[in-house]
Design a binder for this molecule. Sequence first.
Ligand code: PLP
Length: 344
Amino acid sequence: MTHPFLDLAPLSAERFASIEDRVARLLETRQDVVIMQGEALLPLEGAIRGTAGPGTVALNVITGPYGQTFGDWLRDCGATVIDLAVPFRTAVTAAQIRDAFARHPEIDFVSLVHAEAATGNTNPVAEIGEAVREQGALFYLDAVASVGAEPVLPDAWGVDLCVIGAQKAMGGPAGVSAVSVSERAWARMAANPQAPRRSYLSLLDWKERWIDGGRRALLHAPAQLEMLALEACVERIETEGLYAVMARHRDAARAVRAGVADLPGLEPYVHEDRDAAPVATTLRVRDGLIASEVVARALEIDPSAPLAAGGGALAAEMIRVNHYGPFADPQAVQASLGALSEAL
Ligand SMILES: *Cc1c(COP(=O)(O)O)cnc(C)c1O
């Protein structure tokens, strides 16, 4: 008997390459796009370990929990790391980045998270990219939570390593991810004696054995089901239109921020509208309420609402409305606001 997930024909190199090309079109990039066979942490870590070493001076921007992780990897590679942390309820500005360059002209690497689903903020990457280009630094961007929810344009913004995953606004699988790599980034890796080689973390392996060989032979059996899911998810975005998908996310975020004004006990966690990520909206509870308790009660009232308490230390004060992917629609927003209102 046939089964929808089993007994599939092998995924050909040609099909794999065509999925890479479709992801590249989504990012409007002419850079090489490598689809990595693991969750987004794989290219996020692989790109840092491939390009950073003891000679690297990195400006690591911290606007949420992921920035912390990137700083740890950079230090582990022997890089000198200058952390630039801003309050999680705001975004970093290009002026703050320029100021860091003025104080540390030796900076040659910048790591930044575009949007943070965990804190609900988004950073002005286009403006920051201009500053990074003037500095001549390599620009590494985590766009996992922004892709599909707002424009992600590595070529226009001068991003050298742009990592995406499909599991947030793209409404796709979590088990594969992608990174676009500029010529400058490949050159940095090739010159880095510490860059992983013959390793699952290695981007250079994919460059030398996949891209340079004309994408004819895969390095190993691909994550077939996840690749098919990624293909289906990109196809669905193409059919709806990427800009329509983004508009759904933007509208959902606006509706939650507007609706919260009628809910005493809650306020937007991110203060300024322009700093609020379209992918997810974070709320702060007031009046001594406990966020995780409010969420638990709201989910009892409506289990379909895409609600979660903040992670770790934020569980007491933060509620996340994860209105991404299929939940970026007015019904999910109404369900979330209704359940929260009743729970309060
Ligand atoms: C969600 C997210 C990731 C991927 O992490 P998962 O929790 O495994 O989905 C990476 N970076 C950012 C900024 C994210 O928001």
